[in-house]
Design a protein around this ligand. Structure first.
Ligand code: AP5
Length: 217
């Protein structure tokens, strides 16, 4: 089962993807996490990705697709995967469709996480991120236990470079221009379901699980 989580920056894709991957016992593939790991390690891919991400822009389609393609070919994806933040443009969606068809697979379900933009801005300014193990926190709803260090690995949590207010606005613009058209794309394919990403993390996750069950996964 290949499930994709779609939604605006900060909608809660990463938070829900971690839990769904654990429940369904399939890998969580986050293009954002892959880029951030490469930025931290100073790889060529990281340098390229940083020049886009820190300006609120999308990394070029071919670069992003080839990373996901390689990842999906790994044996642990044999039973499926949770795609978090990919595809994010119509060309990426088309490349993914062609690749999956060539493997005799398909993107089974796209979950569009719906939420108000005002709430998202608050979430992103309060988000903290572990640069080591990638765990995500929210200083209000889900703070690290001691307020500073990651509960999982003890590393000091940080504000992402792209969570600065001016970059958040650019990311929204990019989302509306490049990613939102995917809602109609997947509606037309008949594999889009919606989940309200509101009322706290547990409630949002429950909304998604209920939507998936109603869809009879
Ligand atoms: P990426 O990391 O994917 O960023 P994004 O899509 O902007 O999404 P976020 O990670 O900001 O948010 P999220 O929806 O995962 O929310 P989260 O769960 O963290 O990508 C970063 C960049 O990489 C992109 O801007 C782009 O440049 C590049 N990139 C990535 N993929 C690409 C692609 N396919 N093509 C080209 N470029 C690509 O939650 C946010 C906060 O809210 C957290 O603090 C969380 O604790 C809290 N929270 C979550 N749910 C709730 C809830 N229900 N109630 C209250 N708080 C909540």
């Amino acid at each position: 089962m290949i499930i994709m989580l779609l939604g605006a920056p900060g909608a809660g894709k990463g938070t829900q993807a971690v839990k769904l991957a654990s429940i369904l016992e399939i890998p969580h593939i986050s293009t954002g996490d892959i880029f951030r790991s490469n930025i931290k390690e100073g790889t060529e891919l990281g340098k390229l990705a940083a020049s886009y991400i820190n300006n609120g822009k999308l990394v070029p389609d071919e670069v992003t697709f080839s990373i996901v393609e390689d990842r999906l070919k790994k044996p642990d994806c044999a039973n499926g995967a949770i795609l978090d933040g990919f595809p994010r443009t119509i060309p990426q969606a088309e490349m993914l469709d062609r690749f999956l068809a060539s493997e005799g697979k398909k993107l089974d379900i796209v979950v569009n996480i719906v939420i108000d933009e005002d709430e998202i801005v608050e979430r992103l300014s309060q988000r903290r991120y572990c640069p080591e193990c990638k765990a995500t926190y929210h200083l209000g709803h889900r703070p690290p236990k001691n307020g500073v260090n990651c509960d999982v690995c003890g590393t000091e949590v940080i504000l992402r470079d792209d969570d600065q207010p001016d970059v958040i606005q650019k990311r929204f613009k990019e989302y509306h221009e490049s990613t939102e058209p995917l809602i109609e794309y997947y509606k037309a394919k008949g594999n889009l379901i919606e989940s309200q990403g509101v009322n706290g993390i547990e409630q949002s996750l429950n909304n998604t699980i209920r939507a998936l069950i109603n869809r009879k996964i």
